[in-house]
Design a protein around this ligand. Structure first.
Ligand code: FAD
Length: 381
């Protein structure tokens, strides 16, 4: 399934696809096995200006739209889910600065991020708040022209590798959601330290670490937006680049699993007949293909709606993230089945696709929380 793309969208997708297949795919199994960060892959994307894809040219980026972003993330994910996740997390952080930053902050931070010289991370999750970001506890207390930050974050993608952290903090204990603000915190800040790398089931080429803030002195000039507007600052970026970006990772992984399965169904011959000649294998391929097509249709239409009438309906982005992540698990699971015992072996990429896809239903908002939010929006109560 394909959609009408502009010349620029086609070009950037083609460029990302070539880099992904030539540079990322050959390294994907190794970074997964050795649990090492996908820095080399990110360097290749950086050289092609892809890490600043959606940042306007005046800040050093390519100024492309959400549609181009999801196309590129799909191409990267087909080759390496981990590189796609690291790119999405970096993009969320830079987009937070773009949406919520003032002119000075944008000029200071965006050019380095758009060029990929300074990697970004976004930090919401804490061990005590879990899925409920409104319960976060990391505290920022104003003192003179600084905030003193104490607390911790957990499971942060790109942690320690990133130079710039967009961190949600509580600036006012009495105000609930209006007491939450967003600070930009640089890696070399005194009092900021990192925990051990999580031993994850999948997406193992990304680093997921704890962050500890102990009396970190952050200039008030690093407050993004106004005090109490942290959720607003993170909202737009998470919707456009987080949810749609995560959906694009799921879509790319599902497409890769489908392509590999069709190839295997044609080439794997048992008792002188290709397994793809069996109707039950054909049925699996049909179901996988339908899943991939419907995800892409939803994803591209949500991205297009966001581009033509920004920021687009929030419910679209939530639905795509939910649907794409669940379909990707189903498709990669069926792909394993098509491969039989070979799919269970690390000699084939299927088990990695499956493990990577599994993480996407847990990332940002989980499936349960998405269902609750979507239902609430639709019912309107
Ligand atoms: C690969 C990966 C990358 C990540 N990267 C980042 C990152 O860069 N930055 C960041 O801030 N965070 C990141 N996270 C953290 C992620 O946002 C959290 O894991 C997620 O929000 C779930 O929180 P939890 O793990 O504490 O689950 P819990 O909150 O403990 O939830 C456990 C289970 O209970 C369910 N549940 C919770 N509340 C309800 C409810 N009200 N109704 C029904 N069911 C409910 C959940 O759906 C889940 O199934 C990442 C996670 C993963 C897996």
């Amino acid at each position: 399934m394909d959609f009408q793309l502009t010349k620029d969208q086609n070009l950037v997708r083609e460029t990302a696809g070539k880099i992904a297949q030539k540079e990322l795919a050959p390294r994907a199994a190794e970074v997964d096995r050795t649990h090492s960060f996908v820095q080399e892959g990110l360097n290749k994307l950086k050289d092609a200006d892809i890490l600043g894809l959606a940042i306007p040219p005046e800040y050093g980026g390519m100024g492309m739209d959400t549609r181009a972003f999801v196309l590129v993330i799909e191409e990267i994910a087909k080759a390496c889910g981990s590189t796609a996740l690291a790119t999405v997390s970096h993009s969320i952080c830079s987009y937070i600065v773009l949406c919520a930053g003032d002119d000075k902050q944008k000029k200071k931070y965006l050019p380095g991020m758009a060029k990929g010289e300074r990697l970004g991370a976004f930090c919401v999750h804490e061990s005590n708040c879990g899925s409920n970001a409104l319960a976060l506890e990391t505290r920022a207390v104003a003192e003179g022209n600084e905030y003193i930050v104490n607390g911790s974050k957990i499971f942060i993608t790109n942690a320690q590798e990133a130079e710039i952290y967009a961190v949600l903090v509580r600036t006012d204990l009495s105000k609930g959601p209006q007491g939450i603000s967003m600070l930009l915190i640089e890696k070399d800040t005194e009092g900021l330290s990192f925990g051990k790398k999580e031993e994850k089931m999948g997406l193992r080429g990304t680093s997921s670490r704890e962050l500890f803030f102990q009396d970190c002195r952050i200039p008030q000039a690093n407050l993004l937006g106004k005090e109490g507007e942290g959720l607003k600052a993170v909202g737009q970026a998470i919707i456009g680049f987080g949810f749609l970006g995560a959906a694009a990772i799921s879509s790319g992984l599902a497409q890769a699993a489908l392509d590999t399965s069709i190839k295997h169904a044609r080439e794997r011959v048992i008792a002188r007949s290709p397994i793809g000649a069996n109707q039950l294998i054909q049925s699996l391929i049909t179901e996988m293909s339908l899943g991939v097509d419907t995800v892409r249709a939803l994803l591209y239409s949500a991205a297009a709606r966001r581009d033509t009438n920004p920021p687009g309906p929030i419910v679209d982005a939530l639905k795509v993230k939910l649907y794409a992540s669940e379909v990707a698990i189903d498709v990669t699971n069926k792909a394993l089945q098509v491969h039989g015992g070979h799919g269970y072996s690390r000699d084939f990429p299927l088990e990695r696709y499956y493990r990577d896809a599994r993480g996407l239903t847990l990332h940002f908002k989980t499936t349960e929380l998405l269902k609750a939010d979507i239902g609430k929006m639709l019912v309107g109560l």
